[in-house]
Design a protein around this ligand. Structure first.
Ligand code: ATP
Ligand code: MG
Length: 270
């Protein structure tokens, strides 16, 4: 029954790409001030969206609001035709790689376990994985090139291999949308290239829509179809060439200093 919501969503329409993410006048308050104000954009199926903005700009907050993990103070978010409240029953259609994955490097959790954790919402609480779950996990591990490393403790993998394992965890669902929060941060050039090749291959194979938060404008200039630049408010949305060539980009990054100085927070904390 629930499954039908996403299937119906993709089946409806005239065959042109569907609007899979629609954010309208989004305001989010943390503590005593607004960290997002009036964010509006939409994204069509199969698009790769790059999200940039200085530290503290609200990028992670935006991703978490899309997942329904943070409640907006105002505005509307629709993902796959659903509100965040409805989406919480359909989270297996969204693959999420958080900016920070906190784990004890000495805790003996294997690559296989980490990826299987991604299927928790499909398996259900207090249920054991079924054969289908185990197969999907193996396929996801193979898709990111970590076959043979299933039993290795996650803490013994290199940074690049760990990123691959977390990507496998994000795609081991019936994923339509990938929300990746700084997935290539800390990787060397080779590992970045490998990660991007892998991501673009998976995107094409599975027809994924990708939201990719990054400080690396070179990666986004190469791979993104569209970019948004935010710094509390929305500064730019367009093709990478338009965004990166815009005078308003400097304006967005200069705002960082006002923001850190506590000016213009709009929440009465100035
Ligand atoms: N749990 C929280 N409680 C209160 N304020 C928070 C919380 N998390 C983030 N913030 C604040 O929200 C603002 C936006 O933070 P966010 O993490 O979204 O920024 P970001 O653009 O992802 O930054 P970065 O590039 O450093 O990852 C910051 O001012 C931050 O201090
Ligand atoms: Mg962040």
């Amino acid at each position: 029954m629930r499954e039908c919501r996403v299937k119906d969503f993709f089946a409806a329409g005239n065959g042109s790409p569907r609007l899979v993410i629609d954010v309208e006048d989004l305001w989010v308050r943390r503590d005593s001030h607004y960290v997002l104000e009036g964010i509006t954009f939409s994204l069509r199926e199969g698009t790769f969206l790059g999200v940039i903005g200085p530290n503290g700009a609200g990028k992670t907050t935006l991703v978490k609001a899309m997942l329904g993990l943070i409640k907006p103070s105002r505005g509307r978010i629709t993902v796959l035709g659903m509100s965040p409240g409805e989406l919480k029953h359909e989270l297996h259609h969204i693959g999420y790689m958080p900016q920070q994955v906190l784990f004890d490097p000495y805790f003996p959790v294997s690559v296989y376990d980490v990826v299987m954790m991604g299927r928790t919402c499909c398996i259900g609480t207090f249920r054991l994985p079924r054969r289908g779950d185990r197969e999907v996990v193996q396929e996801s591990i193979a898709a990111v090139g970590l076959q043979g490393m299933e039993g290795k403790p996650i803490g013994e993998l290199s940074g690049g291999q760990q990123k691959r394992a977390f990507l496998a965890r994000a795609i081991c669902l019936e994923t339509s949308i990938l929300l990746l929060d700084e997935p290539t941060a800390g990787l060397d050039m080779d590992s970045q290239e490998n990660f991007m090749d892998l991501l673009m291959r998976l995107k094409e194979e599975k027809g994924l829509t990708v939201v990719f938060v990054s400080h690396d404008v070179n990666i986004l200039a190469r791979f993104a179809d569209e970019m948004v630049c935010i710094n509390r408010t929305m500064h730019l949305h367009g093709r990478p060439r338009e965004v990166l060539g815009s005078e308003r980009l400097k304006e967005a990054y200069r705002c960082e200093f006002d923001f850190l100085a506590g000016k213009g927070t709009g929440g009465g904390e100035a």
